[in-house]
Design a protein around this ligand. Structure first.
Ligand SMILES: Cc1cc2nc3c(=O)[nH]c(=O)nc-3n(C[C@H](O)[C@H](O)[C@H](O)COP(=O)(O)OP(=O)(O)OC[C@H]3O[C@@H](n4cnc5c(N)ncnc54)[C@H](O)[C@@H]3O)c2cc1C
Length: 417
């Protein structure tokens, strides 16, 4: 039978590997249990460059391919808004290989199996896997993504999802700017189809003639209508005179945007999607996982050293690194913003983003990167509100009135949680 380890991580997505590397490199005996731990992730990840952490062992900048120094947001027909902020696509294969190499070199272990059940004992955990292997360890980390089964959450439901259908394709014509990335192109009417929400085009050129283009609903109901988004994308490209010669890859994206937060007093630790770490306003998370992983690993190292034989406290402290009180308060406000956005039609959402990006750069950047703190998030919300036309304010109040419970919980959580 395998010797007990310190940290058992279920999952092999970016969050599992990021945390696994930092735990193993600190000398914690770390094991990753997942059905296919060596397999590269299917999803393509992108992020703002300034959100990537400083990690001497990873040249994050080199992994951004392509990288753009600014991004465009189209809210009016004639001219885009230019966001002067670096953005890029992370090369998944290289990032995975780097992390995997570091994990193995630091003595990380793997179990090729899905975790089926976890039992918490006084001095640690026992995890059962479908590889017929019983794993023993001090701390169990659930990094199995948004559908996690091992993390207990606060009451409530996911009320909004990001839905997107994307293709990497060889095209004739230019669907968007070729030297900047198009973060959101909200131009055009919302078609009458089975998705009530407006969608935007997210696009960038990977290399000459090769484009990644995605039709995205920022936040809406769980309408897994990828076919509808595919039609919207095709119609948009046709209107723009862009011909798709060959589709190389397709992406189907469904992200729960505002899942209830995990309970911070529980024996399992969550990380990544399993710990509701996705940003409720944007759907981004990988850079946040990368930033938090060293801190969480350090906390576990110190905690396990201090509370030998009783890992409960170490887990509690690690939860407080992931979800400190102020982050939970901000999250409640973000949830409110996300609920309001899910109710807006195209003209309202365009007017909303006009006002949002009218704020000073530090503020909209901070809002999107969770660096503002509760008062900053509130100031950003008030600042945006102050810029809105009366008609949009009215739509906002109507959205709040349609979701009284959700609105009240968010405001209460933001102020007093
Ligand atoms: C299509 C798509 C595109 C996205 N794009 C971006 C982006 O550009 N930028 C960004 O920051 N975020 C993006 N996100 C959001 C978020 O970063 C991703 O969802 C990310 O994959 C979450 O990482 P994770 O490691 O927490 O979970 P996942 O990547 O979902 O990994 C979960 C892992 O757990 C394993 N697993 C599941 N059950 C078990 C079990 N019982 N036992 C053991 N292992 C198990 C799975 O096999 C998998 O390896 C995107 C999400 C999606 C769906």
């Amino acid at each position: 039978m395998r010797q007990p380890v310190d940290i058992v991580i279920a999952g092999s997505g970016p969050s599992a590997l990021l945390l696994g590397v930092h735990c193993a490199e600190r000398g914690l005996r770390t094991l990753i249990a997942a059905p296919d731990p060596e397999t590269v992730w299917v999803n393509q990840y992108a992020c703002w460059r300034d959100e990537l952490p400083v990690d001497g062992a990873i040249s994050w900048g080199e992994l951004l391919v392509p990288e753009f120094s600014s991004a465009l947001v189209w809210l009016e027909e004639d001219a885009p808004r230019v966001l002067e902020r670096g953005y890029g696509r992370l090369e998944g294969t290289r990032l995975h290989a780097m992390l995997w190499d570091r994990f193995v070199r630091a003595g990380g272990q793997t179990c090729h199996g899905r975790v089926l059940a976890v039992e918490h004992l006084a001095t640690g955990i026992r995890a059962e896997t479908d590889a017929a292997e019983l794993i023993r360890g001090a701390v169990f980390v659930d990094a199995t993504g948004h559908q996690s089964r091992f993390i207990r959450r606060q009451p409530g439901d996911v009320t909004g999802y990001q839905l997107a259908y994307g293709i990497l394709a060889d095209v004739e014509g230019e669907p968007a700017s070729s030297d900047r990335m198009t973060l959101m192109d909200y131009r055009g009417e919302t078609p009458r189809d089975d998705i009530p929400n407006p969608s935007f085009l997210y696009a960038f050129q990977r290399e000459s003639g090769l484009w990644f283009m995605e039709e995205t609903v920022l936040v809406g109901p769980n309408a897994t209508s990828f076919g509808t988004l595919k039609s919207r994308l095709e119609n948009r490209l046709e209107r723009q005179g862009v011909k798709v010669r060959r589709v190389l890859e397709q992406e189907h994206c469904l992200i729960p945007m505002n899942p209830p937060l995990p309970r911070v007093r529980q024996r399992s630790l969550g990380f990544g999607g399993a710990a509701s770490m996705v940003h409720p306003a944007s759907g981004y998370m990988v850079a946040h996982s990368a930033s938090l992983a060293p801190e969480v690993a350090e906390c576990l190292l110190v905690g396990l050293g201090s509370y030998k034989g009783e890992p409960r406290e170490a887990v509690r402290e690690a939860w407080n690194v992931i979800w400190p009180r102020t982050a939970r308060q901000s999250h409640a406000l973000y949830r409110l913003g996300s609920t309001i956005l899910s109710e807006f039609d195209a003209p309202t959402i365009r007017a909303f983003f006009q006002a949002f990006f009218e704020q000073p750069g530090d503020r909209w950047r901070g809002y999107l990167s969770r660096t503002l703190g509760v008062s900053g998030v509130m100031a950003s919300m008030w600042g945006t509100f102050g810029e809105l036309r009366p008609g949009v304010r009215k739509a906002m109040f109507a959205a709040l009135a349609r979701n009284p419970m959700e609105s009240w919980q968010s405001i209460r959580g933001g102020l007093v949680e």
